[in-house]
Design a binder for this molecule. Structure first.
Ligand code: AMP
Length: 114
């Protein structure tokens, strides 16, 4: 896959407001937040889209979600609630082709999404 801005953030080539990191996952604040808390959880090993994930990526996908939940607990809004979103390709609204989980919190979410 081609390099993306998120891979550059993983390599610390461009700045980001990093809020969480473990061996496999990096998380940073979204530049254009859609909620009071809007953090992106990305795998350090890039996968372009959810369509490109294969069986051997299952653990990595799980780690992204577990990291999101751990961050929500650490920050104290887990019980109040939050939303996690993975956009895929055009209709899903994906703009950066390095798979990521959006974690949104701090306001009441609407459903269905727009
Ligand atoms: P998506 O549309 O699901 O691919 O989400 C990409 C997200 O990345 C958008 O919400 C952007 O605001 C966000 N974004 C793009 N570039 C950066 C950046 N350099 N730092 C932080 N967030 C970014």
């Amino acid at each position: 896959m081609s390099d993306t801005i998120f891979s550059k953030i993983v390599r610390r080539e461009i700045p980001a407001d990093i809020v969480y990191e473990n061996d496999d996952v990096l998380a940073f604040r979204d530049l254009n937040p859609q909620a009071p808390v809007h953090v992106l959880f990305i795998p350090k090993r890039a996968v372009a889209t959810l369509n490109d994930a294969i069986a051997t990526d299952a653990e990595l996908l799980g780690k992204l979600l577990l990291a999101s939940a751990e961050y929500a607990r650490q920050q104290g809004f887990a019980e109040q609630g939050y939303r996690t979103v993975i956009n895929c390709n055009d209709d899903g609204g994906q703009t950066v082709f390095h798979l990521h989980v959006h974690l949104l919190a701090g306001r009441r979410m609407t459903w269905p999404p727009g």
